[in-house]
Design a protein around this ligand. Structure first.
Ligand SMILES: *Cc1c(COP(=O)(O)O)cnc(C)c1O
Length: 374
């Protein structure tokens, strides 16, 4: 049996006719940049996330960059975030010229530990970027309380968490900005790169729209130096169609996760494998990834042998960002972020996509049992 880590072909099959018709209509209109398809998606996403506004942009990475730009965050400023995230979170901070400052994660949720943030605040700190990793929200009340006390902006990196909930509130509706990615492998993916920024702030949505179009206030009159961060109509149209299915896909991921938990509990694996923890405040986990922890230093061996046996798996992320070569000038060293470092050595993502089958999950768990117990 071959079990891919992710296979998007089946969800496309069901929507193919409608999507191709929409693409054909847009091609006939020859209107590709922004326009009513993008406006429609912005309205739908802001409603979905429980925010007032949304601004379609070129990618999740650019969603982070434009949020920082609109706040005027740049050289001489510090932004606190987690070292255990996809590179783009920290790349965005550097791209605007600011300095990333890392706070270690919680060992159970893999999200930034609020208790470690305050010690990192200096007079230069301007913002916190909490990342809702793998589809589970951060402890947002605690993050927001710290931000309020120190007058900091909160930019939620919700790129892996569209529809995830913290005590009933959706990802992207709790900070000053919510940044989403529509990269194809995200829970809501388009047919290329795409992203969106949510906000509840009427002034800031104006600025976001100006900044995504080269800082242009009116035609060829530039109030700011922005960039080309525009989402295109083809991507927006694909996303509007797929958004209608998102909740049923997220429910399928939750069911798949519950089945994995049962299968692991019934296996002989015991403490050899740790299950992902759902925090009590996480009223909805959307499982962009289902990540187990592999004990006894056997993660790499398990990953290699699973792939040999036909099971797709991946390590998110093998080297925490404070130890990446490109950030060596920040002066961090091994041992500075012990929880992130330990997690990066034990974590392993298993197939969880909505269309994966019970048979496949049984095969995955049986194969892990054979490798680790056999
Ligand atoms: C995917 C992702 C991004 C970047 O999104 P792109 O659309 O690929 O630019 C940023 N942060 C996190 C946590 C992500 O998973």
């Amino acid at each position: 049996m071959q079990v891919p880590l992710l296979d998007l072909k089946e969800q496309y099959r069901g929507l193919k006719k409608e999507i191709l018709q929409e693409i054909s209509n847009i091609c006939d209109s020859q209107r590709f940049i922004l326009g009513d398809k993008v406006q429609k998606l912005e309205k739908e996403i802001s409603e979905y996330c429980g925010t007032r506004f949304a601004c379609g942009v070129t990618s999740g990475s650019d969603a982070l960059i434009i949020s920082l730009m609109v706040e005027g965050i740049g050289a001489g400023d510090e932004v606190i975030t987690t070292p255990f995230t996809f590179f783009a979170t920290v790349g965005a901070i550097c791209r605007v010229g600011a300095t990333p400052v890392f706070a270690d994660i919680e060992p159970d949720t893999f999200n930034i530990a609020p208790s470690r943030i305050e010690a990192k605040i200096t007079p230069k700190t301007k913002a916190i970027i909490p990342v809702h990793l793998f589809g589970q929200c951060c402890a947002m009340d605690a993050v927001r309380a710290i931000a309020a006390k120190h007058n900091l902006i909160v930019i939620e990196d919700a790129c892996q968490a569209i529809g995830a909930e913290y005590n009933g509130r959706r990802a992207g509706s709790m900070g000053n900005y919510g940044c989403f990615s529509f990269f194809p492998s995200k829970n809501l993916g388009c047919f290329g790169d795409g992203g969106i920024v949510t906000t509840g702030d009427e002034e800031k949505i104006e600025l976001l729209r100006i900044f995504r179009n080269h800082g242009q206030g009116s035609t060829y009159m530039h109030k700011y130096v922005g960039g080309n961060f525009r989402l295109d109509a083809l991507q927006a149209a694909v996303l509007s169609i797929k958004l209608r299915e998102l909740d049923s896909w997220s429910s399928a991921r939750e069911r798949n996760a519950a089945e994995y938990r049962r299968l692991f509990a019934e296996s002989k694996l015991g403490s050899k494998v740790g299950m992902p923890v759902v925090a009590d405040y996480a009223s909805r986990h959307i499982y962009n990834q289902f990540c187990i922890l592999v004990a006894d230093g056997r993660r790499n061996e398990l990953c290699d042998k699973l792939r040999e046996a036909g099971v797709g798996c991946a390590v998110y992320y093998p080297l925490p960002l404070h130890l990446q070569e490109c950030f060596s000038s920040l002066g961090y060293k091994e041992g500075d972020m012990p929880v992130s470092e330990k997690t990066s050595k034990e974590i392993l993502a298993l197939p969880i996509f909505p269309e994966s089958t019970s048979e496949e999950r049984r095969f995955v768990v049986e194969t892990i049992e054979k490798i680790l117990c056999g």
